[in-house]
Design a binder for this molecule. Structure first.
Ligand SMILES: [Zn+2]
Length: 275
């Protein structure tokens, strides 16, 4: 699944080619996504100019303008979605859901074999939309500070791994980065939020930011089906310390990395380095 660094990598890759371009129309090839693509989307989007390409959590937000009206095209890549730019005469491939045609002769193609993605057009404030309204701070913003994080954790009797993956606490910490951040912070993923000291919360916050930053520098993790906007796989995977390394020796202490299941997701940790 594309996680925050992958989505940010996609955003950066698309920003230059798409900024100030104008949608001529869109062709819905197959509307069946997690939320079906609305049939009036092509009509509403036509002649809109892309004036900003933003990200909130794992959602891409295309800020569009038409006749002084602002709308936002909201796209979530789901498990296997990808957005690529092609010339307009490019033949259809399998799993294409929608082609956004641009006045410059190119098209932005959304492909999604597993169809967990979301594509909606929003008229009002996108941050108040039901898909985004409950989101907590972005990991790279000031509002995600140690005191805030500590206060959020200390009132919860829920494993810390599950808490850092809650969008209400901080957005965009997916499964891979949750395990990796907890390893670098030396905290067992099964510890309850209430047991985390201020110093541990501060360390964990730093490791979350640092892990996401490292992944961003590498262009996201190399995971199945994910390619960034240029179609290149990311290179973060070779820097993973625990994720996907069960029964392999810890890079710090040689103990065998263990795997458990938390909230239906796999968690990886070192039983020696993490307390
Ligand atoms: Zn270890």
């Amino acid at each position: 699944m594309p996680e925050l660094p992958e989505v940010e990598t996609v955003r950066r890759g698309l920003e230059t080619p798409l900024l100030n371009q104008i949608f001529s129309t869109a062709q819905i090839i197959d509307p069946r996504l997690k939320l079906p693509i609305s049939s009036d989307l092509p009509e509403k989007l036509a002649r809109s100019k892309i004036i900003e390409l933003k990200r909130r959590g794992k959602y891409l937000l295309f800020k569009c303008q038409k006749n002084q009206q602002i709308t936002h095209l909201l796209i979530h890549l789901g498990m296997t979605g990808s957005l690529r730019i092609f010339p307009q005469n490019t033949p259809l491939q399998p799993h294409v859901c929608i082609d956004f045609l641009l006045e410059n002769g190119q098209l932005l193609r959304y492909t999604d074999p597993r169809r967990f993605g979301v594509i909606v057009l929003i008229d009002g404030d996108p941050l108040q939309h039901k898909l985004l309204a409950h989101f907590g701070p972005e990991p790279f913003e000031e509002s995600f500070n140690a005191e805030y994080f500590y206060q959020q954790l200390k009132r919860r009797r829920v494993p810390i791994k599950n808490l850092i993956m809650e969008n209400q606490i901080v957005v965009g910490v997916g499964n891979i980065y949750a395990s990796e951040s907890l390893f670098h912070a030396g905290i067992l993923p099964t510890r309850l939020g209430v047991s985390i000291s201020f110093e541990e919360a501060e360390k964990l916050r730093e490791e979350i930011i640092s892990t996401l930053n490292k992944a961003l520098e590498q262009g996201g993790t190399t995971i199945r089906n994910f390619t960034n906007a240029e179609g290149n796989a990311g290179y973060f995977k070779q820097f993973l310390y625990v994720y996907g390394r069960n029964d392999q020796p810890c890079h710090h202490c040689n103990a065998l990395i263990q795997q458990i299941t938390q909230g239906q997701r796999s968690t990886y940790f070192c039983p020696n380095c993490q307390k």
